[in-house]
Design a protein around this ligand. Structure first.
Ligand SMILES: *Cc1c(COP(=O)(O)O)cnc(C)c1O
Length: 383
């Protein structure tokens, strides 16, 4: 066996032994909430399409119209010839919703984070990350080659202790955190972190992948705390509640111009396809209208946590922590037999010993099915 294949086979065998091997399962999404897997129709509690906008007729029509007019792909990086006219419109929609001067759209949320952080932060600088921050914030921080320190989850006092000790040793400093934590569904204390960042002359960056469209009246986690938190770098994705694909940063004009000049994942990567920009523009218009659609996912998550006897949901994401990977996989399998898709999330996506079901609630999940799922979860967790 060639050494490369031996290496791959050994690694896979070791993942398999720890119940950590992952496999792709073909999943056909027929509407906003149900999927077909292995020939079986399941009600999904694992999609991030919180407002079901990926399937919205107006959103789909906008994408089709953009393909007809501009073609299937952007053709080049935006700085070369890929900057088709829909981008400016999309960026002004995002800036308006987030209350900033300007915005920059990237190919994806992952590309945004790996581009933004190294564009602003370098070797002599400091990055503080909440320990449960999304993998791509860590990747961006690592690419910056700055000193990286993790503070305890949602603990501004620990972040302050680290700043006190390390801030004087560095040039610039960035504090980065999820606004809504992707695997736990809780909110970062953005007002407290904003105030802390100001006192230590650090720049606060929030990743609002799971906030836009579903909390803070649809405007995201910066707006979910009574008064608006001071967050000069608001990053997010168009792939969750917005229902499509792409990432973004909202900030001041100067910061956005610098990012458009320096972020390698922006400069050296092809622009988002026109259809994705058009879909996002229409989806953001729907989100900006607000109302019942925006409120529904959190309301449904809270109906679930109440019925299941779990702590009240703070976002449409509800973790059901089970411990071992084996137990999480087994519980997911039992729910699948009942017609529910609740994918097991295992390390390294979550810390060792906290494998879980990560349930997500969308605007169109039927209340009766939510109650039935809650009953099953209550039973399986106490078993
Ligand atoms: C999904 C996600 C991302 C990545 O966004 P993509 O557009 O899917 O690449 C970034 N941060 C968080 C917190 C996420 O949940």
């Amino acid at each position: 066996m060639p050494s490369l294949d031996r290496f791959a086979a050994d690694k896979l065998a070791s993942l398999e032994a720890k119940q950590l091997r992952r496999r792709l399962v073909e999943t056909e999404r027929a509407d906003g909430i149900s999927v077909i897997r292995n020939g079986k129709r399941l009600l999904s509690f694992s999609c991030n399409d919180y407002l079901n906008l990926s399937q919205h007729p107006e959103v789909k029509d906008a994408a089709i119209a953009a393909i007809s007019r501009y073609g299937a792909g952007a053709g080049a990086s935006r700085l070369v010839t890929g900057n088709h006219p829909l981008y400016a419109e999309l960026e002004s929609r995002l800036a308006k919703l987030k209350g900033t001067e300007a915005a920059c759209v990237f190919g994806s949320g992952y590309l945004a984070n790996t581009g933004i952080i190294p564009a602003l932060i370098g070797k002599e600088d400091l990055v503080l990350l909440d320990e449960l921050s999304h993998a791509c914030l860590w990747s961006g921080a690592q690419l910056s080659r700055a000193k990286i320190l993790a503070f305890r989850h949602n603990d501004p006092a620990h972040a302050e202790a680290l700043l006190k000790e390390h801030r004087p040793l560095h040039g610039n400093a960035l504090i980065a955190t999820d606004g809504v934590f992707s695997m736990d569904g809780d909110l970062a204390p953005l007002p407290a972190l904003g105030e802390l960042a100001k006192r230590y002359d650090a720049w606060l960056m929030s990743d609002d992948a799971h906030g836009l469209g579903v909390i803070g009246g649809g405007r995201g986690s910066v707006f979910a705390h009574g008064k608006k938190a001071e967050v000069p770098l608001q990053m997010g994705t168009l792939s969750k509640a917005v229902g499509g694909y792409g990432g973004y940063l909202c900030a001041t004009i100067d910061t956005i111009e610098l990012v458009k000049n320096r972020a390698r994942s922006f400069v050296y990567s092809t622009g988002l396809p026109p259809a994705s920009a058009a879909a996002a523009i229409t989806a953001l218009d729907i989100i900006a209208r607000g109302g019942e659609l925006i409120e529904a996912p959190l309301r449904k998550a809270r109906a679930f946590t109440k019925a299941a006897g779990l702590p009240e949901a703070q976002s449409p994401i509800v973790p059901v922590v089970l411990g071992s990977a084996a137990r999480a996989l087994d519980t997911a399998k039992k729910l699948e037999r009942e017609g529910f898709l609740a994918v097991a999330i295992r390390p390294p996506t979550v810390p060792e010993g906290t494998a879980r079901l990560r349930l997500t609630f969308t605007a169109s999940h039927p209340d009766t099915e939510i109650v039935r799922l809650a009953g099953l979860v209550r039973e399986l967790v106490s078993a």
